[in-house]
Ligand binder design. Sequence first.
Ligand code: TRP
Length: 363
Amino acid sequence: MKNIILTADRPTGRLHIGHYVGTLRNRVRLQNEGNYDEFIVMIADAQALTDNASNPKKVRDNVTEVMLDYLAVGLDPKKITFCIQSMVPALPELTAYYMNLVTLPRLLRNPTVKSEIKQKEFDNDKNGIPVGFANYPISQAADITAFDANIIPVGEDQEPMLEQTREIVRSFNRIYNTDILTECKAVLPQIESCYRLPGTDGSSKMSKSLGNCIYLADEENEIKKKINSILTFPRNVEDPGIVEDNVLFIYLEAFATDEYFEKYYPEYKNLDELKEAYKKGGIGDGIIKKFLNSVMQDTIRPIRERRKEYEKRIPEVLEYLKEGTEKCIKMSDNKLKEVKKVIAIDYFDNDSFLKEQIKKYNN
Ligand code: TRP
């Protein structure tokens, strides 16, 4: 079996360190391991429109922002096919056929969709939940199956989408007595603290709408300011520190490898040692913030600098997207053909329909 890696992001804003530890870092790792036949990274603008219908300008502008963030973290256009979702006509067409395989209650039971609906408070909106929004897990199944993708590097919040996709794949293959659709599995972050990075305000998720993000494009002083703004449990320096649910330590967990200790905090070999000492007391949060700042600056600096280089070469950047999208249109058109054949709606792809009907009408 081929290894086809596929993933996507909604272009609703610049990418932040939550995206980085949640999935971007895994993508770079998978890219560098090179164990794949195809690696597609899609900018899911159509999905972004499912809850931004009245804000197309935002989606349009963020296509380039997200593409720049991809290149900035080190995704390599020589190794990866980049694609704009809305330009691939096979995707909504596949979605239409998959919609017949999923019940409404099943869609609304999806925990990620549920919590998004809650967060967006569609209910309070006189217009209610857009059908397209509730339907987006099905369109995501189309994104994945259109390319036979089996490896999906995503954040943990996407697991319900992949479960939904697998259900659609199984129903389709069973109903049409075929095996043309491929089951996929998620590649989640390697450390659990990276599943969902909290925001700098301590709220459970880093999210643009909450204004608690450290962006991959942030300048040095912005990063420093954001880290210094993180609230910690008030205590005297000599008192024992608490590491559980401590945003500083969650971030260190995600970023502070042993090399950073050697470089910036040689009193301790690694995070475990620092945690033990912190729990005993005597280490103030200012010192921890300073260390975290050094780590974050070293992490983000090369990303920001690479972004700035690409910002000088926008025509080239957009050309990668255009070329990749053209390739994806071809690949997914082939898959759509296979799907239509299995559903027996491939009327004029060959002469079998014509022959059947001639026979039926005896001419
Ligand atoms: N729902 C994903 C997100 O919000 C984006 C997405 C769209 C996606 N299509 C996909 C992710 C296909 C993985 C595979 O981040």
